[in-house]
Each structure stands twice: as C-alpha cells, then as structure tokens.
Ligand binder design. Structure first.
Ligand SMILES: *[C@@H]1O[C@H](CO)[C@@H](O)[C@H](O)[C@H]1NC(C)=O
Length: 240
C-alpha cells in the first residue's frame, strides 16, 4: 500500500501537481523548528552554552595586552555553529554538515566603527518522508553587522548594529538531486532549506552574534578595529 501511495505521490510530484502536499509538510518542519528556537536550542544540547562562553573568553583574550604565545587555539566559533546546526538537523530533518567558519572578521569603516562578519559554509541535505533524500546543496551565508564606539560621553559605549538577515543573502547551490536539477521537488527542497537557515540566522545566530560583540568592552573593540585598519592597509585587496 505504502509503495503504491509513494508511486502515486511521486508521479504527482513529477507532474508538479502535489507540490502543495510537500508545502504542508515543509510548514510542519518549520513549526517544529520555530518552537525549538523559542525554547532555545541550548535546551537540546547544553554544550552550546559552554562553547559560547569559551568563544567569548577567547575573543576577549585577543584584546589583552599580554602577547599570548601563538598557540593553536580551538575554533570555538565553528564548534558553536556546528552544534547549533546539529540540533537544527535533528529537529527538521534538513541535515546541515561540514560547517566551516574560518573566523570572525572586522573591517574598519572609520576610526571607531567596523563591519563585522562571520562567513559560514556547509553541506545541506533535504529529505522528505517517502521520497528520502531529495537534494544536496552547498550553503554560503555571511552573518553581517556593524560595531561602533560612541565617544560622546566620558564612558565610551559599544554599539552593535542590526544583523542582516534577508533570505536572499543565503546562497544555496544545488549539487545533486535524484530528481534531476530543475523541477518542483528540487525547488521545494531549496525553499525549505532557505526558510530553515533563515529562521536559524534570525532566531539563534544573530542574537548570539550580538551578545558576543556586546560582551566586549569599548577598549577591546577599539583594538580589534585598529588591528583591522592595519591589515587593510597592508592588503588593500580585501574581500569583495
Ligand atoms: C561595510 O558594509 C556596508 C554595507 O554592507 C558596505 O556598503 C561597505 O562597503 C562596507 N565597508 C567596508 C569597509 O567593508
């Protein structure tokens, strides 16, 4: 029975008629994700909070005056985002693996302000019931915000801007699909992946990014901006 139903569904899909059935399924997935995000993803995996605290400490240490010996430091940022996406994979069935986050980058826009970005790449596989894995995707997303130091008062304040989150800034490239590359099933898979990633950026990654930057004191941020000015001068061929 199931097999027959599967066949009927598949034929329908390939003919582009049952697309709405999959949309309903996609909305289920998103509902589960949103409720997970509302509870906080760290309630599913307590190491998320531990890694986040390590990341804060590590970023602060970059501002300390003592020259720390160039040791191989752990990439807490990558660990954090990998863990977050592991929870998301469990909640949604949209698997996000091989997460790579080289580093957080500061690009000075003036003496006391900078663009800050966290470039993320990962492999994404979207699966649906009965159909199994429908599409493999290459994910590229750049979390971006700004940080500046208000020096109007005696006590300089760190001001963190909005974190960009428009779904168009999430790049998803289709690598492979059992259904061919151009059809409704693939579109639905890509669309679902985009909505999942966008919800995670908005509900988890951006708030953490903000908290991370707000945890730094003005002196530290000044130093990070200063260092980025130095490197921009050495390498005028910056990114983009
Ligand atoms: C900072 O970001 C803004 C908005 O994305 C962009 O227009 C500007 O060129 C960036 N400046 C630098 C120095 O990267």
């Amino acid at each position: 029975m199931v097999q027959l139903w599967k066949l009927v569904l598949l034929c329908g899909l390939l003919a582009g008629t049952s697309a709405s059935l999959l949309d309903i399924r996609g909305n289920d997935v998103l509902r589960r994700l949103i409720s997970g995000l509302e509870r906080g993803l760290d309630t599913f995996d307590s190491t998320i909070e531990i890694i986040f605290q390590n990341l804060k400490t590590e970023l602060e240490s970059r501002c300390s005056d003592e020259v720390v010996e160039q040791q191989e430091t752990e990439n807490f940022l990558e660990q954090l985002i990998s863990r977050i996406f592991q929870v998301v994979s469990r909640l949604t069935g949209v698997r996000i693996r091989n997460v790579q986050v080289p580093d957080i980058t500061f690009e000075a826009t003036s003496e006391n302000s900078a663009n800050v970005s966290i470039p993320i790449t990962a492999d994404v596989t979207v699966s649906l019931p009965f159909l199994g894995e429908i599409v493999d995707l290459d994910l590229n997303v750049d979390l971006q915000t700004t940080v500046s130091i208000e020096t109007d008062t005696d006590d300089p304040q760190v001001v963190v801007g909005e974190c960009t989150n428009n779904p168009e800034s999430i790049s998803l490239t289709v690598l492979h699909s059992r259904f061919g590359l151009l059809n409704d099933v693939v579109d639905i898979g890509v669309n679902l992946a985009r909505r999942v990633v966008s919800s995670v950026v908005e509900g988890e990654l951006c708030p953490r990014f903000r908290e991370l930057l707000e945890s730094l004191d003005a002196e530290c941020v000044e130093k990070l901006i200063g260092e980025s000015q130095d490197t921009t001068q050495q390498e005028p061929e910056g990114r983009r």
